[in-house]
Design a binder for this molecule. Structure first.
Ligand code: KIV
Length: 279
């Protein structure tokens, strides 16, 4: 079993220049596979709303859905460092709600940390969570929970003013106590500058190679989610066509009677019909 990393280990990785890997996981089976492949951190992202639950965005995802999936991830990967997303509406309504919901991830799902989206407006919440003993990962740049306010799913921080704002947000989140910051969909040079300016690790997704670590949605990495593939995603294999081919083959074999064959069936007395008294 993996030795579970700590926040201190993650911070040390930045100091020693060791790149950090993070992938999303939503269930026990995948979490177990990812942990055995030695991923540094698992993220129970609210992206599960889109890639697992079939919603159009992350907005409808509830705390109970997150707890359900985060608990499964923890069961599948007891040795992994697990971060869970505070979903939309679970922390914007006030610090008390953030504390209640953040604690639920630790108490009910056994998570190691929570992640929340936003810049200066969430710094008081981040500080309160950290004070309460809940480790927090920030998330700036493209923040999917408020993507409509940002003009949709597009690169952030391209102009000087928004780049400046993002540097300020990263510094403020670090000051508030965030132990790491996800930066989504920003120019790679801005990714480099922020990574150099703050002491806590930056975890990039569409933020270039200079971030201290990288995160991807595992379904994208595995080529399982065909509905929408952002340009920054690299699929390391194409499971969707493999799955479809396997299922088509199964359909063919069931329909033709080729499956199950002798090898995949249990044998019994050859005169069972007679033994059962049936003629
Ligand atoms: O929800 C999620 O999966 C995320 C990652 C894309 C960083 O927030």
């Amino acid at each position: 079993m993996q030795k579970r990393k700590t926040v201190l280990d993650i911070l040390t990785m930045k100091k020693t220049g060791e790149k950090i890997t993070m992938l999303t996981a939503y269930d026990a089976a995948m979490a177990s596979l990812l942990a055995s492949a030695d991923v540094d951190m698992l993220l129970v992202g609210d992206s599960l709303g889109m890639v697992v639950l079939g919603y159009d965005s992350t907005v409808p995802v509830t705390m109970d859905e997150m707890i359900h999936h985060a608990s499964a991830v923890r069961r599948g990967a007891p040795g992994a460092f697990v971060v869970a997303d505070l979903p939309f509406g679970s922390y914007q309504t006030g610090i008390r709600d953030a504390l209640i919901n953040g604690s639920r991830f630790l108490k009910e799902a056994g998570c190691d940390a929570v992640k929340l989206e936003g810049g200066l407006e969430v710094c008081d919440t981040v500080a309160a969570l950290v004070r309460a003993g809940i480790s927090v990962m920030g998330h700036i740049g493209l923040t999917p929970q408020t993507a409509t306010q940002l003009g949709g799913y597009k690169v952030q921080g391209r102009d000087l003013q928004s780049a400046k704002k993002m540097v300020a947000e990263a510094l403020a989140l670090e000051k508030a106590g965030a132990f790491a910051i996800v930066m989504e969909c920003i120019p790679d040079e801005l990714g480099r500058i922020i990574s150099e300016e703050i002491a806590v690790p930056t975890i990039g997704i569409g933020a270039g190679v200079h971030c201290d670590g990288q995160v991807l949605v595992v379904n994208d990495l595995l080529g399982m989610f065909e509905k929408f593939i952002p340009s920054f995603v690299k699929s390391y294999c194409k499971l969707a066509p493999t799955i479809k081919e396997a299922v088509a083959e199964y359909n063919r074999e069931v329909r033709s009677g080729a499956f199950p064959d002798k090898k995949h069936s249990f044998s019994s007395e050859s005169n069972l019909r007679e033994l059962l008294g049936l003629s």
